[in-house]
Design a protein around this ligand. Structure first.
Ligand code: SF4
Length: 195
Protein backbone atom coordinates (compact mmCIF):
# COMPACT_ATOMS: atom_id res chain seq x y z
CA UNK A 1 0.00 0.00 0.00
CA UNK A 2 1.41 3.39 -0.95
CA UNK A 3 1.71 6.01 1.81
CA UNK A 4 -0.96 8.22 0.32
CA UNK A 5 -4.11 9.14 2.18
CA UNK A 6 -7.07 9.62 -0.09
CA UNK A 7 -10.02 11.72 0.99
CA UNK A 8 -12.33 8.85 0.24
CA UNK A 9 -11.27 5.26 0.77
CA UNK A 10 -12.74 3.36 -2.17
CA UNK A 11 -12.98 0.24 0.01
CA UNK A 12 -15.39 1.97 2.37
CA UNK A 13 -18.87 2.04 0.93
CA UNK A 14 -20.13 4.87 3.11
CA UNK A 15 -18.56 7.99 1.60
CA UNK A 16 -20.26 10.30 4.11
CA UNK A 17 -18.16 8.85 6.96
CA UNK A 18 -14.98 8.40 4.91
CA UNK A 19 -14.55 12.05 3.89
CA UNK A 20 -11.73 13.79 5.76
CA UNK A 21 -12.64 17.10 7.36
CA UNK A 22 -10.17 19.85 8.24
CA UNK A 23 -9.59 20.31 11.94
CA UNK A 24 -11.29 23.28 13.52
CA UNK A 25 -8.94 25.88 15.05
CA UNK A 26 -8.52 26.08 18.82
CA UNK A 27 -11.29 27.94 20.56
CA UNK A 28 -14.20 27.74 22.95
CA UNK A 29 -17.41 26.03 22.06
CA UNK A 30 -20.73 25.62 23.77
CA UNK A 31 -24.37 25.10 22.99
CA UNK A 32 -24.79 26.68 19.55
CA UNK A 33 -21.61 28.75 19.49
CA UNK A 34 -17.89 28.55 18.77
CA UNK A 35 -15.38 31.33 19.32
CA UNK A 36 -11.80 31.59 18.16
CA UNK A 37 -9.46 34.31 16.93
CA UNK A 38 -9.47 35.90 13.50
CA UNK A 39 -5.93 34.76 12.61
CA UNK A 40 -6.92 31.11 13.12
CA UNK A 41 -9.95 31.40 10.85
CA UNK A 42 -8.04 33.27 8.16
CA UNK A 43 -5.17 30.75 8.48
CA UNK A 44 -7.60 27.84 8.13
CA UNK A 45 -9.05 29.31 4.95
CA UNK A 46 -5.69 30.25 3.47
CA UNK A 47 -3.97 26.93 4.14
CA UNK A 48 -6.73 24.94 2.48
CA UNK A 49 -7.02 27.11 -0.61
CA UNK A 50 -3.46 27.76 -1.73
CA UNK A 51 -3.08 28.66 -5.38
CA UNK A 52 0.32 27.43 -6.59
CA UNK A 53 2.37 28.96 -9.35
CA UNK A 54 4.67 26.21 -10.64
CA UNK A 55 7.97 27.62 -11.88
CA UNK A 56 9.41 24.43 -13.33
CA UNK A 57 12.55 24.52 -15.44
CA UNK A 58 13.79 20.93 -15.50
CA UNK A 59 13.49 17.38 -14.15
CA UNK A 60 11.94 18.30 -10.78
CA UNK A 61 9.04 19.69 -12.81
CA UNK A 62 8.28 16.17 -13.98
CA UNK A 63 7.89 15.09 -10.35
CA UNK A 64 5.51 17.98 -9.91
CA UNK A 65 3.44 16.72 -12.85
CA UNK A 66 3.15 13.38 -11.04
CA UNK A 67 2.22 15.23 -7.85
CA UNK A 68 -0.62 16.98 -9.65
CA UNK A 69 -1.84 13.86 -11.45
CA UNK A 70 -4.56 11.56 -10.22
CA UNK A 71 -2.52 9.23 -8.02
CA UNK A 72 -0.97 11.85 -5.72
CA UNK A 73 -3.53 14.52 -6.53
CA UNK A 74 -2.50 17.83 -4.98
CA UNK A 75 -6.13 18.87 -5.38
CA UNK A 76 -6.88 16.95 -2.18
CA UNK A 77 -5.24 19.82 -0.33
CA UNK A 78 -7.41 22.48 -1.94
CA UNK A 79 -4.60 23.41 -4.32
CA UNK A 80 -5.91 22.22 -7.66
CA UNK A 81 -6.08 25.73 -9.03
CA UNK A 82 -2.59 25.95 -10.49
CA UNK A 83 -2.07 29.32 -12.11
CA UNK A 84 0.49 30.99 -14.31
CA UNK A 85 -0.61 34.49 -13.46
CA UNK A 86 1.53 35.67 -10.52
CA UNK A 87 -1.05 38.17 -9.31
CA UNK A 88 -3.58 35.41 -8.73
CA UNK A 89 -1.30 32.93 -6.98
CA UNK A 90 0.01 32.86 -3.44
CA UNK A 91 2.45 29.92 -3.48
CA UNK A 92 5.50 30.05 -5.72
CA UNK A 93 6.86 26.54 -6.27
CA UNK A 94 10.31 26.70 -7.84
CA UNK A 95 11.33 23.35 -9.31
CA UNK A 96 14.49 22.80 -11.29
CA UNK A 97 17.82 24.32 -12.12
CA UNK A 98 17.76 28.11 -12.09
CA UNK A 99 20.50 29.70 -14.13
CA UNK A 100 21.83 33.12 -13.20
CA UNK A 101 20.15 34.49 -16.32
CA UNK A 102 16.84 33.09 -15.08
CA UNK A 103 17.22 34.47 -11.53
CA UNK A 104 15.83 37.95 -12.34
CA UNK A 105 12.79 36.27 -13.91
CA UNK A 106 12.11 34.22 -10.75
CA UNK A 107 12.44 37.38 -8.72
CA UNK A 108 10.14 39.31 -11.07
CA UNK A 109 7.49 36.60 -10.79
CA UNK A 110 7.80 36.69 -6.98
CA UNK A 111 7.47 40.48 -6.94
CA UNK A 112 4.34 40.33 -9.08
CA UNK A 113 2.60 38.07 -6.58
CA UNK A 114 0.39 39.82 -4.07
CA UNK A 115 0.96 39.44 -0.34
CA UNK A 116 0.59 37.16 1.48
CA UNK A 117 2.79 34.89 -0.63
CA UNK A 118 4.91 31.88 0.20
CA UNK A 119 7.78 30.11 -1.55
CA UNK A 120 8.48 26.38 -1.76
CA UNK A 121 11.90 25.45 -3.12
CA UNK A 122 11.65 21.96 -4.61
CA UNK A 123 14.76 19.86 -5.10
CA UNK A 124 18.50 20.28 -4.74
CA UNK A 125 18.89 22.58 -7.76
CA UNK A 126 16.38 25.20 -6.67
CA UNK A 127 17.58 24.98 -3.06
CA UNK A 128 21.35 25.00 -3.56
CA UNK A 129 22.27 24.67 -7.23
CA UNK A 130 22.41 20.88 -6.77
CA UNK A 131 25.14 19.13 -8.67
CA UNK A 132 25.63 22.17 -10.90
CA UNK A 133 28.34 24.06 -9.04
CA UNK A 134 29.13 26.04 -12.15
CA UNK A 135 29.55 29.65 -13.21
CA UNK A 136 26.12 29.77 -14.84
CA UNK A 137 23.85 28.24 -12.18
CA UNK A 138 22.34 30.13 -9.26
CA UNK A 139 23.42 28.38 -6.05
CA UNK A 140 19.98 28.51 -4.47
CA UNK A 141 16.97 30.71 -5.14
CA UNK A 142 17.25 32.15 -1.62
CA UNK A 143 19.98 34.35 -3.07
CA UNK A 144 17.25 36.36 -4.82
CA UNK A 145 13.97 35.68 -2.96
CA UNK A 146 13.06 34.52 0.57
CA UNK A 147 12.17 30.82 0.80
CA UNK A 148 9.72 29.38 3.33
CA UNK A 149 10.27 25.62 2.90
CA UNK A 150 12.98 23.59 1.16
CA UNK A 151 12.31 20.11 -0.23
CA UNK A 152 15.50 18.00 -0.44
CA UNK A 153 16.18 15.41 -3.12
CA UNK A 154 17.37 15.04 -6.69
CA UNK A 155 14.64 14.70 -7.63
CA UNK A 156 12.33 14.60 -4.63
CA UNK A 157 9.56 12.04 -4.99
CA UNK A 158 5.97 13.29 -5.13
CA UNK A 159 5.61 12.25 -1.47
CA UNK A 160 8.43 14.65 -0.58
CA UNK A 161 6.80 17.46 -2.57
CA UNK A 162 3.52 16.77 -0.77
CA UNK A 163 5.39 16.83 2.54
CA UNK A 164 6.89 20.21 1.66
CA UNK A 165 3.47 21.46 0.65
CA UNK A 166 2.03 20.32 3.98
CA UNK A 167 4.85 22.13 5.81
CA UNK A 168 3.82 25.28 3.91
CA UNK A 169 0.23 24.65 4.98
CA UNK A 170 1.39 24.44 8.61
CA UNK A 171 3.18 27.78 8.30
CA UNK A 172 0.22 29.39 6.56
CA UNK A 173 -2.27 28.08 9.12
CA UNK A 174 -0.25 29.40 12.07
CA UNK A 175 0.73 32.74 10.54
CA UNK A 176 -0.63 35.79 12.31
CA UNK A 177 -2.50 38.18 10.04
CA UNK A 178 -0.22 40.90 11.45
CA UNK A 179 3.04 39.20 10.45
CA UNK A 180 3.36 40.92 7.08
CA UNK A 181 3.28 44.32 8.81
CA UNK A 182 5.87 43.38 11.44
CA UNK A 183 9.33 44.93 11.67
CA UNK A 184 10.94 41.47 11.32
CA UNK A 185 9.14 40.81 8.06
CA UNK A 186 10.02 44.24 6.70
CA UNK A 187 13.66 43.61 7.68
CA UNK A 188 13.58 40.25 5.86
CA UNK A 189 12.20 41.90 2.73
CA UNK A 190 14.65 44.77 2.85
CA UNK A 191 17.53 42.28 3.13
CA UNK A 192 16.43 41.22 -0.38
CA UNK A 193 16.07 44.82 -1.52
CA UNK A 194 12.26 44.54 -1.53
CA UNK A 195 10.29 47.43 -0.01
S1 SF4 B 1 17.43 18.55 -8.27
FE1 SF4 B 1 18.00 16.84 -9.64
S2 SF4 B 1 16.03 16.23 -10.53
FE2 SF4 B 1 15.72 18.29 -9.69
S3 SF4 B 1 16.14 19.69 -11.37
FE3 SF4 B 1 18.05 19.38 -10.26
S4 SF4 B 1 19.12 17.73 -11.36
FE4 SF4 B 1 16.96 17.68 -11.96
Amino acid sequence: MRPVRFNINPKEANASTAVSMVEAPEGYSGEGFFTTNLSSVVGLARKNSLWPLPFATSCCGIEFMATMASHYDLARFGAERVGFSPRQCDLLMVMGTISKKMAPVVRQVYLQMAEPRWVLSVGACASSGGIFDTYSVLQGIDQVIPVDVYVPGCPPRPEAILDGFMKIQELVGKESIRRRNSEQYKALMSSYGIQ
